[in-house]
Design a protein around this ligand. Sequence first.
Ligand SMILES: [Zn+2]
Length: 315
Amino acid sequence: MTISASSIEIYDTTLRDGSQAEDVSFSVEDKVRIAQRLDELGVHYIEGGWPGANPKDIEFFRILKSLPLKRARIVAFGSTRKAKNTAESDPTLEALLSAETEIVTIFGKSWTLHVTEALETTLEKNVELVGDSIAFLKNHGRRVFYDAEHFFDGYKTDPAYALKTLQAAVAAGAERIILCDTNGGTMPWEVQEIFPKVKACCSVPLGIHAHNDSEMGVANSLVAVRAGAIQVQGTINGIGERCGNANLCSIMANLELKMGYEALEDGRLNNLRNISHFVAEMANLTPNKRQPYVGDTAFAHKGGVHIHAVQEKSR
Ligand SMILES: [Zn+2]
């Protein structure tokens, strides 16, 4: 797949991050059907699940091997190795390999607080974990994308350290570095300020993975694209844990209609409403009729001044 300068890589994580939403549960069959519809829609990457954490996801990757997709690349997701294991003896990395996908995305820590308190390891050791987990996957023939978890909080606390973790990922062979606003608390002007600084010291293309806790998921994703991101991660209808992920329906529409980028090939944007309703149905959620671009009332006019003006214009 070639991505031209004016196209943005769409990385869908409905099946992984989206399925973390507290009222959403997809069966393996649901996941396969959603993957096929996302492929028809024309997204570039589909994050299928976390084989190290969820046995259902192992089954999903197995089924997908016999049902090749036409356009999208299927991606397995997981974490860097545990501090106590070597890469070779780490069950999470082993499970990632067993998904047998061309591409894997692993996440690691760039926030000093999380390294010392959640991983209970040293800052130097964490940099090592990032580098040698990626190197291990590369040595096993995988293409690797690196999700820098809580990146913006990490950068605000200690920019030099946050960048050091990214440089370790680049040196080990990551093809994309994705800056994650994992708790959704970053404001668009902060993304605008931080993104170019990262871009200046990262030799591989960047992506954005935003959550919606401050209702800035879409805004932060679009600002990141303006600041140089070539990949946007999100979910259909913005489903995801807490307040959800960045909503890919609005992102793809805005990229194409407001910003002049190509998100989906060959005018496939026309299928947004279908995929939005399909995923809502699979998730047992009522479609939001007020959802921008895809909701039933998104383009409805109730009459009055606006409808009068439209009628006048069409005469
Ligand atoms: Zn996420």
